[in-house]
Design a protein around this ligand. Sequence first.
Ligand code: AHR
Length: 533
Amino acid sequence: MPLDFTRRQFACAGAASLAALLPRGIFGATSAAKNAVIHADVEIGLIRPEFHSNFAEHLGSCTYGGIWVGKKSPIPNINGLRKAAVDFLKELGVPVLRWPGGCYADDYHWRDGIGPAEKRPRHVNVNWGKYVEDNSFGTHEFIEFCRLIGAEPYFAANVGSGSPQEMRDWIEYCNFPKGSTLSDERAANGSPEPFRVKYWGVGNELWGCGGNFRPEQAAEEFRRFATFARLIGDRDLYLVGCGPNGNDARWTRGFMDTLQGSRMPNGYSMHYYENGSLPSTQFTPEAMYTQFNLFPRVEQAIIEQRTLLDSYDPGRNIGLFLDEWGVWDQLREDSKGRLWQQSTMRSAVAAALGLNIFNRQADKLYMCNIAQLINVLQAVLLTDGPEGKNCVRTTSYYAFMLFKPHRSKKAVRVEYDGDRLPMAPAGRGGRGGQQPEPPPDLSMSASRQDAEMIVTLVNPRHDVDMEVDCAIRGASARQARAQILHDSNINAANSFDDPEHLTIKPHQAAMDRDRLRITLPAMSVVTVTLQVA
Ligand code: AHR
């Protein structure tokens, strides 16, 4: 595993790969030889489909205008829900969808979003632009959307400006079958069947927009809310406590020390954004590499936070969540909605670097939610503004597609010339330091179930093709079939004029007596399916 490398081993590996540089590759860039070994019989852990979960906030044009266009919209819709988004997301498969925030969650009162739409109160969104929203999208609309796309709902309850009673009532409204005032109100609002919501976040970013709590206070709040957030109905609740910003050990210690001896959360959520210093479509290779180099720090954060949690929870009963992650580029204008950001070939590589980490650390994670679903930050779908008729699948959508075959397989150990050691600790979500950083290197992960093995390989270099020679140990492999997402232009994207500019294509891969040989062109994500025995 790359992160198990000592500094000396890493220096040697780096030198070895430099020495292997060859004159020119077939795609015009410099070519580098890379060696890898997949240990098909050394299992890491289950790749939970939940690693590919998503997040939708009342922010910009994610919910209003992205998911929700309204029942009277000329845009094709299913009960007000954008049909193109439903179709694309159903095809992708979104295991779990978190809602309504983000920062918005701690300013959201669920009762505002139920009952006849014309009677719902209007609310100023104080976090994201102070526009007035009419609450036409609420609990019932969100649940219907989840059902249409096949996602499990994950509610973030309001701690910062809410109360334990408000959360407890929301649970009863959603989950109690019938006969109580709240469950009968749900039925009267059109849903006699309970929603049976399992995942409940107890606040969001309580260290910041969720209330600016200290970790000890946040833990006290968790204890108070969890006392009343009980099983109501037949669905076991999974309560998620608020974890740190990035790899903040002080927060985790303060939170967990305070909770010791009382009910522990079922899950514990950290957030880690990979900030970028330029607008999405204007990246330079240097700025891109600085952003990519945050990913080894994400991996370090997962390892270190899990180790800390283990000291309180040796049986690993508490699931580690990374329920906000993704590239957050420099944002200059809001004409298509706040935090609207194009997804480029760079973004797809970034998504793949993250997803490879989740595979390699599969034993330490429970759920990961990229931010966000539509039109905000690293979205898998984009529309051309809130009124936009067009809906395109982004490069990030296709990166997730390439990882879909890993779902529910067992991650297995991979060793390779690549990735690199985490360097100096970084700030919020981990901004890099001022020093120029070395370019990133090959990233890989592999998984196996029965006779099928999946390998994903990422070349994050803009100027180097990689010739990978990968030995398979612990199983004999045959029949390699590969698919690729690639563009040597780091800023290439799917636009409304050219929505299929970047899509997944077949790619050459060869098996030669238990060795997989494959070329990774500069800026590419490749998935190889192997038959193994
Ligand atoms: O995803 C955008 C914002 O980032 C969320 O509202 C908040 O939780 C985080 O700071």
